[in-house]
Ligand binder design. Structure first.
Ligand code: ATP
Ligand code: MG
Ligand code: MG
Length: 396
């Protein structure tokens, strides 16, 4: 991917925008970009630098993301609406071409890391509620004030404001910024001068060292406890696939496990697709497991399995909905039953929470009352983010 049209290889200490931003370390990457922690020498603050692949279509996508992020920033001068803040953008010329760069506020770990960090056991309902409130504030702002549908809400795209281990948080601890390229140059994992084999051996050694250290600290037991002091404020990021309600670009939206039924069936969509994904995230935070993990098989497709899993948990899909989409004829018979998956094993959400995840009856009931309306097969019946924020479960 580090070729013409692809990613830009960055080294620690590299300068951007005429020397204003200096790369510190890699924060993450996606299909479109690599994201680096950078030091802004003008404001003396750490920022996140999203460096897009250089091919034309990626630049186009970044321009679109900039437009949405600008509207988001303009409508929220106090930066309190739980959505990532755009700070700057510019072009950067590299050996692979011209890269569009977005500068946004630097945030911490994603919810996915939080879930994994806690050994996929769920993070406790009080923490779930806190995170849900932030996401809902963000969604309410996007939906109601800006008319933006995110369309790719998932744990990777919600970032904590801080990192799980605050001592390692350069933005909030006394971390001395690197202002020029260090000797020997640690490069964040990119092959540039070292040969591949040497790099692999070094990486493997480092991993063994880290896992040994973890074991000597008492393994994961200590890690679970350490969730206690974490500031759980979070923000929605990644507007690369987002769209305005009245300017929808694609029918093929959302990451599989977080995809709403109307998208699978081809019924068209609205803001309520984000509410479906939000419910999937809330369940995952509470249990550590995906709400829906569809698979394909020789007998049926992933879409069919996905719809079957939804119906097993939520009851049969109303016939008028099942048969109304552009893909309905492939999937359902005229009674609204799946053509290729005939036998469903129904298990209600509250039973699942009690039996499999050992929730108390009270916790299971109140959580189900919050989640189930969001998982209505009828998109129009799902509560809005503003309505959700009023729900007793969040305000107990
Ligand atoms: P995708 O394939 O998901 O569309 P993308 O190339 O559009 O990816 P992002 O999802 O915006 O890139 O960012 C990639 C990763 O970089 C994130 O999952 C996250 O780990 C990290 N990241 C992004 N923005 C920030 C930020 N503001 N602060 C800290 N880390 C960030
Ligand atoms: Mg992403
Ligand atoms: Mg993206």
């Amino acid at each position: 991917a580090y070729r013409k049209g692809g990613y830009h290889a960055v080294r620690v200490g590299d300068a951007f925008a005429g020397g204003r931003y200096v790369a510190q370390r890699k924060l993450g990457w996606g299909h479109f970009s690599t994201v680096w922690l950078a030091y802004d020498t003008l404001s003396s603050k750490f920022v996140a630098l999203k460096i897009q692949k250089s091919a034309k279509e990626y630049t186009q996508a970044a321009l679109h993301e900039t437009e949405l992020l600008s509207a988001i920033a303009d409508g929220d001068p106090s930066n309190s609406k739980c959505v990532v803040r755009l700070l700057d953008h510019f072009m950067h010329a590299g050996p692979n071409g011209q890269h569009y760069c977005l500068v946004v506020e630097s945030l911490g770990d994603s919810l996915l890391r939080l879930i994994r960090y806690n050994r996929n056991k769920g993070i406790g309902l009080n923490r779930v509620k806190t995170i849900c409130r932030s996401i809902l504030v963000g969604l309410d702002y996007l939906h109601r004030e800006l008319g933006i549908i995110h369309t790719d809400l998932k744990p990777e795209n919600v970032l904590l404001v801080s990192t799980i281990n605050p001592a390692k948080d350069p933005v909030r601890s006394k971390f001395t910024p690197i202002l020029e390229r260090p000797e020997g140059c640690p490069n964040g994992g990119y092959p540039f001068s070292m040969n591949q084999k040497k790099l692999k051996i070094m990486t493997r050694r480092a991993l063994v060292k880290i896992s040994k250290r973890r074991m000597s600290m008492g393994g994961y037991v200590e890690m679970e406890r350490s969730l206690d002091g974490i500031d759980l404020r979070c923000k929605v990021v990644d507007f690369g696939n987002a769209c305005l309600f009245d300017n929808q670009i694609s029918d093929d939206i959302q990451t599989r496990q977080y995809r709403a039924p109307e998208v699978i069936i081809g019924l068209g969509y609205s803001f309520s697709v984000d509410m479906w994904s939000f419910a999937c995230i809330a369940f995952e935070l509470a249990t550590g497991d995906l709400l829906f993990a569809p698979k394909n098989s020789p007998e049926f497709t992933e879409d069919e399995d996905h719809l079957a899993l939804m119906m097993e948990l939520l009851g049969r899909m109303p016939r008028q909905i099942a048969t109304a989409g552009s893909r309905s004829k492939d999937l359902f018979d005229r009674y609204g039953d799946l053509k290729r998956i005939r036998r469903l094993k129904f298990l209600r959400l509250d039973r699942l929470l009690v039996d499999k995840y050992k929730f108390s009856e009270t916790d299971a009931n109140s959580f189900m009352e919050f989640l189930c309306p969001l998982l209505d097969f009828d998109p129009e019946k799902r509560p809005t983010a503003a309505q959700c924020l009023q729900h007793p479960w969040l305000n107990e």
